[in-house]
Write a protein that binds this ligand. Structure first.
Ligand SMILES: Nc1ncnc2c1ncn2[C@@H]1O[C@H](COP(=O)(O)OP(=O)(O)OP(=O)(O)O)[C@@H](O)[C@H]1O
Length: 630
């Protein structure tokens, strides 16, 4: 009953300390203590993440907490083996013990907790083998065992409900069993494993055709199949040769078609690839200096530091020039841009973006548009309206260049990169920890930028809100980039990597309503809070359907499990985090009418940021581990 639950919690408190010491033990009921929830006069939820618990949990505690459904002790400094009387908690559904120093073998009793749905033992010192008895946990959906010292081979797990699985960074060896081969390679990396996503094991064909135990299926091809393969190969070969032949002919006939800029700047020594834009990205990689010279800004070819664009050249130089917006100083001209050294920032839907460092030291981002099919007049009209957008939360478009073959847009360069890179890029040492203050500031900047765009008229929307289009200032304010581009390019360039952000009602990605922008912004907020990329948001990375995933979790009433671990260290803002999560869920509602307007979104973010600042002045955010507390 509740009094024995209370006694057990007090025993836990005196054994492992930490912030449980702040519990008001004068209260007769434990249900109001931080991290404790009750139902029907029993403690059902105990959540103590990141509260500086330390030491070994003795037996005699959890044996009494038999009403527990959720136990979260993650991100503490708990040591030793798991207490054996945890076996009495047979109604446990969610067990989060990651980020501690637990050691010893994964105890057998865990396999008798048949109600377990989520089990996270990652980032501890567990050793020994992974037991095939995990197969007893038939309801398990999440099994995280990464970053331990588990050894031996991986047993043939067959868990029908398993969705999330990770055993990376252990000491495991051998072949990945067939049923686990559908998980991506990151679930297995950091071991000596082979097979499935890690590539075939020695002596194993790479077609993934295996028996349950990992042995290869013996199959013979019929005579018909062999004949089919042979004929198919011959036909494919002939087709490829024909295509190559046609391409070669086309290439030689077009050889000098895009030389406008080069001719303009009189740069005969640079050969301009006529039809195919240079594949700078594949060869060069980031950080290499390339001349933007010659067709240059145009082609941004890796021609080395060619002395392009000498200033004396250019009979027609006046005809083709950079057109600047606003009244700001024209600190560079086309020739400067052509001479700049360029580095590829990335390839997007509308073309490739480059960082260009001009000789005078100015740095700009140049976007080279592909697939612009509209006329120069139309382009000018549309780009003028983009250039007229002026708000501190937008990345300003400074200038553009238009010729028959090249269309360039020049933006302010944002040295801190994109939100996407910040969240999913370098996770190693030296990385800025993304605390609540930074994340909520980025969210607010992005919301304000979108609010400004929407204020320009009921039909004005961004159409491509996603984390790579939110760029950051040095003080980590979010700024919205890439607005208005969808209207400049042909249908084949409509945003195609935004599936995870796209509202369910959007069928034509070029016609995106303001409410659809709000949906995308909601997904972006979920990404900020969970640290997870939405489906397909990143190349080569499978994400999750964030709105569905978050909603499934929130329904199960363990909201705080969705937050990025890094964010959870800032416990004193959990209330605000939950409010932002609620806002994100409202924005990503299935029906457009149910979503708030972006002005309301901005207001709600402002409010919840104010409440953090009010409570925590002078320092907005404290780290839970630095001893500060609410
Ligand atoms: N002004 C800028 N300053 C710094 N980095 C930028 C700038 N503009 C774009 N980038 C970065 O360059 C890369 C390519 O950007 P780009 O906008 O071309 O593609 P994208 O955002 O990945 O996709 P999409 O074209 O659909 O918006 C991205 O990582 C983006 O964050």
């Amino acid at each position: 009953d509740l009094s024995s639950d209370r006694a057990a919690l007090l025993a836990l408190r005196s054994a492992v300390g930490g912030r449980t010491l702040l519990w008001d033990v004068t209260r007769p009921s434990p249900c109001s203590w931080a991290g404790v929830n009750c139902e029907d006069n029993r403690v059902t939820v105990l959540r103590l993440p990141g509260v500086a618990l330390h030491g070994t949990i003795p037996t005699g505690i959890f044996g009494n907490l038999t009403g527990l459904r959720t136990l979260s002790l993650r991100l503490n400094a708990l040591t030793g083996p798991l207490p054996s009387d945890l076996s009495a908690c047979v109604t446990l559904r969610n067990l989060y013990l990651q980020g501690n120093l637990f050691s010893g073998e994964i105890p057998e009793f865990l396999y008798s907790l048949h109600d377990l749905v989520r089990l996270n033992l990652a980032s501890n010192n567990f050793s020994g083998e992974i037991s095939p008895s995990f197969n007893n946990l038939t309801r398990i959906r999440t099994l995280y065992l990464e970053n331990n010292k588990l050894s031996g081979s991986v047993p043939a797990l067959d868990l029908p409900k398993l969705e999330q699985f990770n055993i990376s960074n252990n000491l495991l060896t051998g072949s990945i069993p067939t049923k686990l081969r559908s998980y991506k390679s990151s679930s297995f990396l950091g071991n000596s494993l082979c097979g499935g996503p890690l590539g075939a094991c020695p002596g194993e064909a790479d077609n993934g055709d295996f028996n349950i135990d990992g042995s290869k299926k013996k199959k013979k091809l019929s005579g018909g199949a062999i004949a089919g393969i042979v004929i198919g190969s011959v036909v494919a070969f002939v087709v490829i040769v024909a295509i190559l032949f046609l391409l070669c002919r086309q290439k030689s006939s077009k050889k000098t078609s895009s030389v406008d800029i080069a001719r303009t700047v009189k740069h005969p020594e640079v050969e301009i690839p006529g039809e195919k834009l240079p594949e700078l990205e594949s060869g060069g990689g980031y950080g290499n200096g390339y001349s933007v010279g010659a067709a240059a800004a145009a082609a941004m070819v890796g021609n080395g530091k060619s002395e392009a664009a000498n200033a004396s050249g250019g009979a027609a130089a006046g005809a083709k020039k950079l057109i600047f917006f606003g009244n700001g100083p024209r600190v560079f001209d086309l020739e400067d841009l052509l001479r700049a050294s360029a580095e590829v920032l990335g390839k997007g839907t509308f073309g490739t973006a480059y960082k260009a460092v001009l000789e005078a030291g100015t740095v700009v981002a140049v976007k080279r548009l592909k697939d612009v099919t509209i006329t120069e007049k139309e382009f000018k009209e549309k780009i003028e309206s983009v250039g007229a957008m002026d708000h501190e939360s937008l990345v300003p478009l400074r200038a553009y260049y238009f010729s028959r073959d090249e269309k360039l847009l020049v933006y302010d360069y944002m040295p801190m990169g994109s939100l996407s890179a910040l969240l999913h890029g370098n996770k190693g040492a030296g990385r800025t920890p993304l605390n609540w203050e930074i994340r909520s500031s980025i969210a607010l900047g992005a919301a304000r930028g979108i609010e400004y765009l929407h204020s320009q008229g009921p039909n004005v929307s961004h159409g491509n809100i996603k984390s790579s289009n939110i760029l950051l200032t040095k003080s980590y304010e979010g700024r919205v980039s890439d607005f208005g581009l969808a209207h400049l390019v042909g249908p084949s360039s409509t945003p195609n990597r935004v599936a995870g952000y796209r509202a369910p009602e959007v069928t034509d990605p070029r016609k995106v309503s303001q409410k659809a922008d709000v949906y995308s912004f909601g997904v972006l907020l979920l990404e900020l809070l969970t640290g997870k990329p939405p489906t397909h948001a990143l190349l080569n990375e499978e994400g999750v359907d964030l709105p569905r995933w978050v909603q499934s979790i929130v329904k199960e009433e363990w909201t705080s499990e969705v937050f990025d671990l890094e964010l959870l260290r800032y416990q004193n803002v959990e209330e605000e985090m939950v409010q932002l999560l609620q806002l994100a869920i409202d924005c990503s509602a299935q029906y457009p009418d149910k979503r708030p307007s972006i002005s309301e979104v901005t207001r709600r973010i402002e409010e919840l940021r104010h409440s953090t600042l009010r409570e925590d002045q002078p320092n907005a955010v404290h780290d839970i581990d630095d001893g500060s507390s609410r």
